[in-house]
Design a protein. Sequence first.
Lengths: 212, 330
Amino acid sequence: MKRSTLYPMLLYPMLVALVLCAAPPLISAAKIGATAPDFTGTASTGKTFHLSDYRGKYVVLEWHNNGCPFVRKQYNSGNMQRLQKQWTSQGVVWFTILSSAPGKQGYATAQEENDYLAKTQAAPTAALLDPTGEIGHLYDAKTSPQMIVINPQGIVIYDGAIDDKPTTDLNDVAGATNYVSLALQQAMAGKPVETSATRPYGCSVKYADATH
Amino acid sequence: MRNALRDGLCIETKMQGRSTSSVFYRALTCGAALLLCMASAHAEGTPIPHGTLELIARNQWIAAGHTLDLGLRFQLEKGWHIYWINPGDSGGPPRVEWQLPAGLAAGSIEWPAPRRLETGSIVDYGYEDRVLLIVPLHAAASLAAQQPVRLGAEVKLLVCSREMCIPGKAELSLTLPIKSQPPAADAQNLDARNHDARNHDARNHDARNDELFTATRRALPHPAPGNWRFSVADANDSFVLSANLGHRITQAVFFPLAESQIENAAPQKLLSVATGFRLTLRKSDRLLKPIARLKGVLVLSAEGSYLMDVPLSKPGAARSKAATVLESTQ
């Protein structure tokens, strides 16, 4: 009897230790060719989205900051909205992610973001509010508009800039090579993605100040 | 806009002066306001977001067949920055479009060594406070002496703080005479003696500009001395830059010229050795193809900044001489 009561007392700390040791490292940034880390995000509509629910579909992640001149170039020219419509109409899931902390450029409340989406006629699947920067850090997102493309197997096939013109000039949208479209076209045609990593030009993601 | 604001402020200050009853205070306030307005009118640049920008020249003339240093002088408010040619993780460098008369051609910006601007997991390369970006202006030998010509520059830039980024645009211009050859020193002195007191201020201003250009040029990254030896080894997830300078180095920072070669935010691990140093630079996750050369600027705090263009040692091949020397001296 005495032994059996002792067991759970020893077992629990041992179990806890085992789980702690076996747990994967907390920071596992997205790597090209590796599985995209799962996340749960709350949209500006209040709906919850899990990345893992979209296995079998292409997923685009777009880091957003509505005040960033590089982002404004894409939205004021209508290019980002065009891309969102073009690809979601072909079954691609498109998440716009707002990782700005409260008080910083690009932060928006749910209402403000809904107003912005309506005003700009943006058409992502959802705009996910990430004021703690959890999703941003999970993907090591450095800039807005940084773009990530995930294939139906859940593998990151593109991570980087939206196009090859790292400027804030509206006139540069027309002649630019769009890396997101290129990656989706090539992958959908069963070809390898030629350009799978570029420098994600833009404004730095305005994360909450580090507390650690 | 800032000029209008300043003028408005001047008028307002003067009007307040008039409303005071005491003649003495009125005179004092008016005088102070006038002085303030005059002072601010001098050395005032074109407003850019959270700062000013001014186009200046080293000399107040252009000499046919010679090169004149022009400069974009930035002054930024505390907490705001602009970017180096490789901005690092985010941002972008200023871009200039010149409007120049025939026979004049602007070269590229001569970038001073930048600073690491760190915000958590994001590291940018840029400038805070004040910086002069020198652009050489080449004048054709065939240029005839003529009346002053207008040099125009449209600068598009991004000014950022930790919290936000603001795009800016500035239309700058400078009007300078063209001479068939540089004025001789004697002639300049003679000129100087013949000028009145107001031009004396202008000459002082020129001298200050000259000092600024000289100091900026001196601090620009230079080619490393010929007897210094560098090598770069590919070590799995890092590049190891080894330097043999013949003396110990305790501080070194490398700024890559090409984007996506090294992880900007990764700490650069320095190993100080008797003949130099070894610096470990983590490769960028985005570097998917091997590189042939590592190019950038090396800043040694005690001795200045140097242009680096070092071929990568062949993997598996014997260590380069510099690396071997380093090894043996540790």
